[in-house]
Design a protein around this ligand. Structure first.
Ligand SMILES: Nc1ncnc2c1ncn2[C@@H]1O[C@H](COP(=O)(O)OP(=O)(O)OP(=O)(O)O)[C@@H](O)[C@H]1O
Ligand SMILES: [Mg+2]
Length: 399
C-alpha cells in the first residue's frame, strides 16, 4: 500500500493567502511612498513660500510678505502639515483595509473557481487508481485546466476500451481452450472406461486437438510478447520473394491437397531488413487462409514489389485469392484475435481465428502495416507493407 502523502494546506487556502499578502504588500508600499512623497512635497512648498515663489504671497508687498511668512511659517505650517499627514494616513489605512477585505473576498471566490476543477480531477484520478474506470470530469476552468481535464477523459476512455478488449480476449481464450480440452478429456475418459478403443483414428483426433491447443498457446504467447514490445527480432537483409517461395514449398503438399496453384512474382528490389522466421510466419498465415478459401482449381497470387513510401524504400507483399472475399464491414475486424467470419465459430473451416491477429502484430513490430481489401473481380487481397531498412521503421503500433 502506497504511503499516503502528507496533507498540506489546500490550494484554495494557499491562493487566498497569496491574494491577501499581495493586497497587504501593495497597501504598505503605496502608504510608505505616499507618506514620503507627501512630506517632501510639503517641505518643498514651505521652501517656495519662503523664497516668495508662491504667486498669491509673491504678489504682496515685500514687507507684508516677509512678515506673513515669518508669522505663519513655523507654527501654522508645521501644525497643518501634521494634521494633513494624520488625515492622509487615516484615509490610507481605511483604503488599505477596504482593499484587503475586497482582496480576501475576491481571493476566496477566485481560489474556489480555480481549485474546484482540480479537486474534481483529484477525485476522478483517485477513483481510477481504485479501479473505477467509469470516471469523467467536466471541462471547466478554461485554459490549461480544461486541457488537463480533456486529457484525463481521453485517458479514462482508452483505459475503459483496453479493459473491455482484455475481458473479451480472456473470454475468447477460455472458450477456445475449453473445446479441444473437452474433446480430449471426453475421449480419454471413454477409453479409460473401456467404452472406446484407442484406434489410430481416435489417436489422430486427439493429436489434432492437442496440436490445436499447442498452436493456440504459441499464438497467445506471441501476441502478448508483441503487445508488451518484448518480441525480439533478429533482423537481417532478406529477399522477400525467395522467402515467399520457400514458404510455398514448405506448404506444397497441403496446397496440392486443396488443388490450388500458387504463383509468386517479384518487382524491383525486394530485399528488406526483417526477421525471416517471423516474416515466414506472416506469409504462411496469409497463404494458409488464401488457399483454404480458394475453391479447387483456383489460383493464389503472391506479389512482392518495391514501393516508395514516407520518403524511403518500402516493400509491399500482396496475397490475392479467388475465394468469396470478405464483407466490407469485416475488413478490419478479421485482424482481431479469435475473430472468424463464421458466426457459429465452428472449426469446420479450420483455425482458431488467431492467424491474422498474429500477422498484424508481427508486421507492426517490424514497423509496417497490413490491410485487407476485396478485389474488384472477386476474392480478397491482403496487403503487407514493410520499411526496407530497420532505421526507417516508425515503431508505431495502432491497436
Ligand atoms: N482469404 C480470406 N478470404 C476470406 N475470408 C478470410 C480470408 N482470410 C481470413 N478470412 C476471415 O477472417 C477470419 C480470421 O482469419 P484468421 O486467419 O485470423 O483465423 P482463422 O484462419 O479462422 O484461424 P487460424 O488462422 O488461427 O488458424 C477467418 O475465420 C475468415 O472468416
Ligand atoms: Mg488463418
Amino acid at each position: 500500500m502506497a504511503e499516503q502523502p502528507r496533507r498540506s494546506v489546500s490550494l484554495r487556502v494557499q491562493l487566498s493567502l497569496a491574494f491577501v499578502v499581495v493586497a497587504l504588500l501593495s497597501v504598505v508600499v503605496v502608504a510608505f511612498w505616499a507618506r514620503q512623497v507627501t512630506a517632501l512635497q510639503i517641505a518643498a512648498y514651505h521652501e517656495r513660500i519662503r523664497l516668495g515663489e508662491v504667486p498669491w504671497i509673491s504678489d504682496q508687498p515685500l514687507l507684508v510678505r516677509e512678515g506673513f511668512v515669518r508669522a505663519i511659517k513655523l507654527p501654522l505650517f508645521v501644525a497643518s502639515q501634521r494634521l494633513f499627514l494624520a488625515n492622509f494616513n487615516r484615509s490610507l489605512w481605511f483604503a488599505g483595509g477596504t482593499a484587503t477585505l475586497l482582496a480576501v473576498i475576491a481571493g476566496l471566490l477566485l481560489a474556489r473557481r480555480l481549485s474546484h476543477p482540480l479537486q474534481e480531477l483529484h477525485d476522478a484520478v483517485t477513483g481510477v487508481a481504485a479501479g473505477n474506470l467509469q470516471q469523467e470530469v467536466g471541462l471547466r476552468g478554461g485554459g490549461e485546466l480544461e486541457d488537463v481535464a480533456s486529457a484525463f477523459n481521453t485517458m479514462a476512455h482508452r483505459l475503459r476500451e483496453s479493459e473491455r478488449q482484455r475481458q473479451e480476449l480472456l473470454a475468447a481464450v477460455a472458450h477456445e481452450l475449453r473445446t479441444p480440452l473437452s474433446i480430449i478429456e471426453g475421449n480419454l475418459e471413454a477409453m479409460l472406461d473401456g467404452v472406446r478403443e484407442p484406434t489410430p483414428d481416435l489417436i489422430a483426433t486427439l493429436h489434432t486437438q492437442s496440436a490445436l491447443l499447442s498452436q493456440l498457446v504459441t499464438d497467445l504467447r506471441d501476441l502478448s510478447l508483441a503487445d508488451a514490445r518484448q518480441l525480439s527480432l533478429s533482423r537481417r537483409p532478406v529477399d522477400l520473394v525467395a522467402l515467399c517461395r520457400e514458404s510455398v514449398d514448405a506448404m506444397s503438399l497441403w496446397i496440392e491437397e486443396h488443388k490450388v496453384t500458387v504463383e509468386v512474382r517479384g518487382e524491383g528490389d525486394t530485399t528488406a531488413d526483417v526477421d525471416p522466421d517471423r516474416l515466414r510466419q506472416v506469409v504462411q498465415n496469409l497463404l494458409h487462409n488464401a488457399v483454404r478459401f480458394t475453391p479447387a482449381g483456383g489460383q493464389v497470387r503472391i506479389t512482392v514489389k518495391e514501393i516508395a513510401r514516407d520518403r524511403g524504400r518500402w516493400v509491399a507483399l500482396e496475397v490475392e485469392d479467388e475465394g468469396p472475399g470478405i464483407p466490407p464491414e469485416n475488413l478490419t475486424r478479421v485482424f482481431e484475435p479469435f475473430y472468424r467470419a463464421d458466426p457459429s465459430r465452428s472449426r469446420a473451416s479450420g483455425g482458431t481465428g488467431m492467424g491474422l491477429a498474429v500477422v498484424r502484430l508481427l508486421v507492426q513490430v517490424h514497423g509496417g502495416d497490413v490491410r485487407a481489401e476485396n478485389r474488384p473481380g472477386g476474392g480478397s487481397r491482403f496487403v503487407v507493407q514493410l520499411p526496407a531498412e530497420e532505421e526507417r521503421a516508425p515503431h508505431k503500433r495502432a491497436r
